[in-house]
Every structure is written in structure tokens, then in C-alpha cells.
Design a protein around this ligand. Sequence first.
Ligand SMILES: Cc1cc2nc3c(=O)[nH]c(=O)nc-3n(C[C@H](O)[C@H](O)[C@H](O)COP(=O)(O)OP(=O)(O)OC[C@H]3O[C@@H](n4cnc5c(N)ncnc54)[C@H](O)[C@@H]3O)c2cc1C
Length: 469
Amino acid sequence: MNRSVPHPTRTVRTAERPSAPAPGPGLGEVLLPGDDGYAAASTTPGKVGRPALVVRPRDTGEVACAVRHARLAGLTLTVRSGGHSMAGHSTNDGGMVLDLAHLDAVEVVDPARRVVRVGAGATWGRVAAALAPHGLGLTTGDTASVGVGGLTLGGGIGWMVRRHGLTVDSLVAARVVTADGREVVTSPERHSGLFWALRGGGGGVGVVTAFDFVAQRVGDVRFGSVSYAPDDAAALVRGWRDVMRAAPEELSSTLVLVPAMHGAPASATVLLCAAHEDPAAADRAVEPLLGIGTVTGSSVATVGFADVLDTGGHAPGARVVARNVLVPALDDAVAADLAAVLAGDRPMALALRALGGAVSRLLPDETAFAHRDAEALVVGAAMLPADATDDAVDDALADWHAVAAHGTGAYANFQGSATDADVRAAYPPATLARLRAVRRAYDPDRLFRGGLDVAPRDEVAARTPEMGA
Ligand SMILES: Cc1cc2nc3c(=O)[nH]c(=O)nc-3n(C[C@H](O)[C@H](O)[C@H](O)COP(=O)(O)OP(=O)(O)OC[C@H]3O[C@@H](n4cnc5c(N)ncnc54)[C@H](O)[C@@H]3O)c2cc1C
């Protein structure tokens, strides 16, 4: 197929929508509807998109060319790295998906300072495997297939979060192609407002092609799980909370409570990672978790950090509805409301991730992830049939609202929808105002879509009538 295109030489207002030039050389690999790989590159766990084209650049020049092409053609432009957005933020209908899958290099650029440069399209599994031979690792998410781009831009919470903080807390620079097709290097010293926005703001300000992180020295960790009789969920929550309040920062853990559903019995499990240099110290940190309930099994082993990342996938044919809330204090009232969700008529599975430690050492305004005071992140998930209606979703969430009322915000990366309320939950007013200012400065015509739309509704309406999605 001939996909030649004149190199775009002028920019136009995105709303003018000139007739689109055909895509071609300079953009990288181009996938059109019907091509192999098009469907996979247009789909996320939260949405099946139908973009006019998927573009896969092989270098920064091709990224810039694709950005100019989208502007010239008046196409909605959505960036995709790992494609795991639960709310479907990395795909669109009728526009261009800029898929960074080929930009996946992982390089140790300064061994003495442990600075590593990671292509935004890499997955965290690839990053962990590439850094392990250097004795390095990064505080990232729990799942190997998740992309570097989206997880980093939202914050990044994983198995070393209490010891080394969020993924964005290790970020020292990023390369960004902005809406006008320029490449800028951003850091605390250069384009510092943009750098701040990249640390939790969820994207929507440009295409990040590569991130520079200071990696952590990571060898083996103690990793595994402890299972409990699930009969008193509130007591388990209280016991887990008390242990984690006294735990060293090296210990990160998640309490997973699953009600009896779909023919499977209820379960209660703590998943844990003790990232100590000294295995004996790790065991001492884990030991109190054996006393919070009736232990029915435990399996904790010494493994390389790269091996702790989950390689599982999603259950096909189901609509997973997830909500999350960041709670400043996991007090007894929260424990009681969580137990009520599990025992109610519309049970949800719950996962409580302990925060604090290194996360709380930054001030709320230091990054666009502002919820530095949260003691725990609580996620609730209901699994509904794939064709469940919105009314059925509302019904499934009826008991969740009591839990959500204890929170002060939400983690953008775990949000499954993108309403005004979601935006306000993810970003407190001062953070939101600053994010809006950065987006206005770097993308005044709102070329980039995807992520939570932080623009006020009236501004969105005024600028979107002729956009493709
Ligand atoms: C199975 C699963 C497990 C998960 N586990 C964790 C976890 O342990 N910890 C955690 O913190 N999160 C976790 N998440 C949430 C995850 O962080 C978000 O879904 C994240 O957005 C995924 O990143 P991605 O690059 O794969 O997503 P994508 O869908 O590619 O992108 C997500 C968003 O970021 C934007 N974006 C992506 N790359 C760029 C870029 N280079 N430049 C500009 N904008 C960009 C996209 O436009 C979109 O808005 C998990 C999600 C799933 C589905």
C-alpha cells in the first residue's frame, strides 16, 4: 500500500480539520483498520477504540512528524505506551493513536549515579529484566506487561513503594515532543513546570519519548503471601493496619479480601515484598503478619526483584468495574465499612495497599500526585457480565460509597472512568489549577487527548466540536 505523505510544513488549528493527507514515510509503521495488529493496538482493558490510524514511530523524529501530521490533518491525537489504561484513555475513535511500542530501549546512561534512560513504550517487565544484571531495579507497579509511559505519568505504586516511593519520585528528566512538534528535555531545572506535571498529572501535555530515572540498588527480595481464614474481615483489616504502621519501610504489602462469588469461596491474603539487604531483617519484618488472623497457608521465598512482577492477564468476557480511594487513616470505621462491602448483597473484591514510608516524605505540591498523606490505597472491584448496563454498574457500586466517603482522593491510574468527579478526586484544587496552566502553556489548542481531561467543562466544549473523537 502506498502511504506517502508530504512532510507537514505548517501547523493549523486543530478545529479547522483540513482534508487529511495520507499517512506515509516519516511517521514510522502505520496500521490502518483491517491491518494485522491494528485491533490490538486500538484496544485497552477499558475500551475498544476505532482510530483512523495507528502510528508506531521508531525514533523521536518520527514522533515529531506524527504529531505534526495529526495537527495538519485535524486528527484527535492519543498517545499509547503499554495500552493498559483502565478507562480507555490511550485509544480513540476516528483519530490517530500514537503507539510508542518501538521506543522501548532500556539503557544505563550513568552507572555511577545509577541513571537509567527508559523508552516510554517499554513494559515494566522488560525494564526489570534489563536492570537486574546491573544489580538495579526501579520502584514501579506490580505487573510486567504495564507500560512505562502511562504508569509513570500517573504516579506508579508497586512492591517497593514504601521503601523508594512512587515511580515518579525516581524521575530526574524526561524527553517530550510537544504539540508544536519540538523536542524538549525537561527536568527540575529545565521546563520545570512541565516536569512537575509529568510527575503524576496523567499526560495530555505532549509525547514523552523517554524517561531518566535514578534506579535503586536492588538484589533479591523476600516475596510471597500469607493466607488467612476469611471469617472476620474487619479484624484482619485492623490487624494488618497495625502491623504496617509499625513495619519498616522496606516492607510493602497488600491485603486482598475476596468475598465468596462465582462459585469460589471467600479468601483473605496478604501479598508482601520485603526489600531488605539482610534476609534475616526481612523475615523479622514479615513475622508480625503471621499473627493477625488464623493463618491457613504461607509461602514466602527469596527471589530476584524482576521475578516478582505479575505476568497474569485479565479474565476475558467480563466487565471489571473498579473504584479506588486514598484514605488518610485506616481507622476502625473504615474497617467496618469494608467488612460490610464484603458481606453485602453486592460484594466486591477489595485490595488495600499500604502507603506511607517514602511516599509521605514529599510535600503534596512537589509533584502532581498530591496525596502524600494517605495511609492506604483501597481498591474495590466488581466483576460483571461483559454486556452489563450502566444501571447494573451503579447497582454493583452501591455499597462502595460508604468506603469512598472515608477518602481524600483517588489514584488516577486506577480510575476506570473519567468524569468531572474523577478529575476532582485525582487532583485537589491547587494541583488541578497548576495542571491546567501547564496544559494551556504546552498544548494551547488541546491536540493531545487521553488521560483525565483537566480542562474546565466549558473550555472543553468550546474547543471540541470538530474533533474526531
Ligand atoms: C493489569 C494491570 C495492572 C496494573 N498494576 C498497576 C500497579 O501495580 N501499580 C500502578 O501504579 N498501576 C497499575 N496499573 C495501572 C496502570 O498504571 C495504568 O493503567 C497506566 O495508565 C498504564 O500505563 P500504560 O502505558 O500501559 O497505559 P496506556 O494505556 O498506554 O496509557 C495510559 C495513559 O497515559 C498516556 N500516556 C501513555 N504513555 C504516554 C507517553 N509516553 N506520553 C504521553 N502520554 C502517555 C495515555 O495517553 C493514556 O492517557 C495496572 C493496570 C493494569 C491494567
